[in-house]
Design a protein around this ligand. Sequence first.
Ligand code: CP
Length: 300
Amino acid sequence: MKHILSSEQYTKESLQELFDLADKIRNNPKKYAHKLDDKIIAIMFYEPSTRTRLSFSSAALKLGAKIITTENAAEFSSAAKGETIEDTVKIIAGYADAMVIRHKSDTSAIQAASVDKIPIINAGAGKKEHPTQSLLDMYTIKQKIGRLDNLKVAILGDLLYGRTVHSLLKLLSLYDNIKIYGLSKETFSLPQEYIDMLNKKGIEYVKCTNFDELPRDLDVIYHTRIQAERFEGDFGKEEFIVNKEVLDTFSEHTILMHPLPRVIEISTDVDDDPRACYFEQAHNGLYIRMALLLQVLDKA
Ligand code: CP
């Protein structure tokens, strides 16, 4: 059974295979329009989402599949009555051919996959992983910069709870000559386990305290929202806001990414800057998720 649970399961080769398939779908959508005609995809989101939920739904529909879903699964599925993730998957396996799950628990996707009756795709698990986001992030970097080796990448915002950052670092660590710069409020610093993971793979992690400490020739600035829903209390607002004035201190080749949604960390005055690629990044998710659905259902 093929599951997509963590970006750790990817290699350079399997990433390239995924990107090639996404490109083929993008270039010839008609060829893929009926690949999943006989399939039903269950979309179970226990946390809010715009991009991931709707792009997976759209991806399934564009491949000819049907979808079954529930609005706000935390409230309207039987999880609200105490049903476990495992029992839910055992039931859904009788109704659908694959399941996409987002849940507040770090272990949710692993629990779902432990049933091993239908492929499970992790669409965001607590603060730990959001592998499909990191796959589309890498696809976007490759598309915009043309390489995945020899990159200087700055990660900004919420490095503590930001699951997209955690998954992205695991994928970046597959490549050669990567340097990562982290800029966040102290409260939202990158956990030591990720610094250790990078160091173990020979990747230098430079913790920065202001924009001036970031090199001007960065390849990527990857900003993230403070994940206010993951902690109690008020730790204040984002201090490191990228606006036109800030972006213009970096190279004309530095791309600006964000998994979205943004709140205040990227100001709208950079939206039309050719370096800002977050909307394109979100659109790329459609092709990556179409490719993932084909792969887990052995229809690639
Ligand atoms: N990037 C992302 O996961 O967005 P959504 O929360 O809208 O799905």
